[in-house]
Every structure is written in C-alpha cells, then in structure tokens.
Design a protein around this ligand. Sequence first.
Ligand SMILES: [Zn+2]
Length: 240
Amino acid sequence: MTAFFSKKDLERLAGPRAYQRGVASVPAVDALGTSGAEITATVYGSEPWQVRLDRRPAGLDFSCDCPRGMAGDFCRHCVAVGLVYLDGPVSKNRSAEVAAAQREIAGLRRLLGILDREDLITLLLDCAHDDHDLRRHLAARVDALVQPGSDVNDTELRLADVRALTDPASAIPVYKKHIEARIAARNRRDYAEAARYLQHLKAAYQRLHRKSEAVAYIEGLRAANARKLNLLEELAKRGL
Ligand SMILES: [Zn+2]
C-alpha cells in the first residue's frame, strides 16, 4: 500500500507541538499492522494506547484511545504511528528493543500499582540502598514534585526533617514557617506542635554550630508572644 499521507500532513493535522511529541514517541510504537487501507498499532505511554489510521474518501480518518485522542485530537500517538509507517520496517526493527522496554515498563507500572504505600517505600529503599546515584536521583525527583505552598504541608515538613540531617540550613526556613503558622493558629495543640518543632529548629542550628541564633529566635518568639501563656507553658515543658 502506498502511503496516503505525508509527514507534512501529520504535522498539519497535529500542530507543531503534538507533532514534536509524536516524534519523541516513535520508539514507543509497537505491533504496527496494516489491513486494507487501515494501519493499527499500540503506542506505549502512561498506558498502552491503541491507534488506528485509515484512508477514507474524505481524507485521513484516525482514532486513539488516549484522552486527547478520545477528544478528537490528532494526538502524538497518531503522529508516531504515522511516522513509523512512513519510515518503513527498518526503523520499526530498530525500535523493537525500545518498544520491548516500554512494554516491560507498562507491565511494571501495573505491578507497582498493586502494592500499598509502605511496601512501595520499602521496595524503593531496598533498591536505593546500595545505589548512590539512585538515592540522589530519588531525592531530587521528590524535591521537584513537592510544591511549596503558603502553609507548610506534611510532605514539606517530612522532607525538611530528612534534609535536617545532611543539610540543616535548608530545613531552618521550613521549620520557622511551620512554627510561626502554628503559633498564629492560637490553640493549645498548635502551640505544642510549635514547641516540638522549635526543638527540631534548635537541633538544626546546633548542627551548624549556630546555637546562639536558635536562642535569639526563641527569645524573639517569646517576647512577641509574651501574653500567650499556654504557648509559654508548652515551651517550658520542653525546656525551651
Ligand atoms: Zn493518543
């Protein structure tokens, strides 16, 4: 079957951005088959997507079951299948290994989905135990995923606790933000939490040999909140 479309057609149908993404998805195309005027293939993305390109009198008919495809767009997967078809079997063979890897990854994604959170964490830590690069990579990726908000969220706080061991200076602003927000919430439980994190803050300063700054900060808080007796009591309980 001679091609009933060109790369220019693919680019025109998809638009420049989806076209570029389609170029990147070429290695993920698998199981390309043709029947009559119909081309079908699987493209491995976050899931395996089913793509169909079809010659119709009115032009190129297409479908892909990814969200964009379902919305009627000529998506990156359609582009990728079109490109693999146009480039012929050579590039398809060259990409067979990559496609096999993508299939494996898609399977692995499903397997990992079975695990609960604790098991996943244990598994990742096991893998990272003897792999320094993986440890650094994971830390950087988690960092990038955590969006700092106006209030300190749990994840930020836990990250700060981890960082406090190796890079205490980076934990200090997070601790201060948390402590000040808890004090501003004006209730006993929040005061207790603020006191708890003042201890974390103090330890972080101590690791940096800047204990006097911790003392000054705590004194400043005490002076600014001298009338919050419940807070002062919580501080006293922890020897602050
Ligand atoms: Zn698609």
